[in-house]
Design a protein around this ligand. Sequence first.
Ligand SMILES: Cc1ncc(COP(=O)(O)O)c(C=O)c1O
Length: 387
Amino acid sequence: MTRTIDSKLPDVGTTIFTVMSHLANEVGAINLSQGFPSFDPPEELTDRISFYLKSGANQYAPMPGVPALREAIVAKTARIQGRTLNVDTELTICTGATEGLFSAITALVRRDDEVIVFDPAYDSYEPAITLAGGITRHVPLLIDDNGHDFRPDWDRLRGTLNDRTRLVILNFPHNPTGAILSQDDLDTLAEITRDTQCYLLSDEVYEHIVFDGEPHRSLLGHDELWHRSMVICSFGKTFHATGWKLGYCAAPADLTEEFRKVHQFTVFTVSTPTQHGVADYLGSHPEFYEQLPRFYQEKRDRFCSLLEGSRFRFKPAQSTFFQLLDYSDISDERDADLAVRWTREIGVASIPLTVFCETPFTGTRLRFCFAKDDATLEAAAEKLRDL
Ligand SMILES: Cc1ncc(COP(=O)(O)O)c(C=O)c1O
């Protein structure tokens, strides 16, 4: 019997991260495509998780998350962003940022609501919006006159917002461009949304990876924006543990209530021993996330200096663990084709930017992950320098 399923997501294929990682493995290429570190979480942290695994912390955690972990996040957020979250009503532990984003979108977006995303947009947003019955509106980021830096186009946002806009999704520090927000950006966003009914969903998974002495400016830390915001973070990026899928959603109590209505029937709770272990470590080792900008800035600088003398155009990333390389002096091929060809022929896998955009305005740029050990970065750079 053959049948055709009337798909709810007819345009969705396999995510580019899976496609490129799979290809890299198949052809034995150095995989700088998918965003995961090639090193382990701190041993003291894995020891704490093992301890809880072996001490009976193996049954369902409370639906909003283990209290000790929520308390540790409250303390961190108060210290860094100056906001003291209510531990019972404003914080929910979720299964990585992906579940947090999905639950938030499902909780808020109704049929025919419009949701604005900034392109290039992380690829999980639009399918979630579509499944919720919403309509995605794409606003491209602006490329600075220097040809490298990206930033939000607030005028386009202002022009796209309307009475049907239910949600605006932001992602700063931004994957893949590394763009960050200034205080002026936050104030402008507050001014644009002031007389509207829309909510803000802020994907801040790279909150601890901002370079050159700049702070991470969270929507959490802005008094006016906070009241309409759900902020999603992930320990996967912070603790070199993307496989743990541990994250959280911070939001005012009424938004958290709606978030939990979905969260409790999507995953209900999150791995108990992991939560306990991270709670202990987060509370007692703030120096780990405090040194993260320096740690990744050194990686960024190493990768960039290895590429000096190559034919790529680039400016060191402002945040995240991704470096964009503009290949316009080497090839005029489409980025998606070139990423595949170079994985096969050169042996280095990367991510094309245009797959995250409604229109291919990002041009001739590929994204390379530098969360790798020095030997991997050196081997990759050697191949890239030869192009
Ligand atoms: C911008 C962005 N949002 C969300 C995620 C997903 O985070 P998690 O692995 O915690 O689900 C990622 C992971 O790469 C990301 O880059």
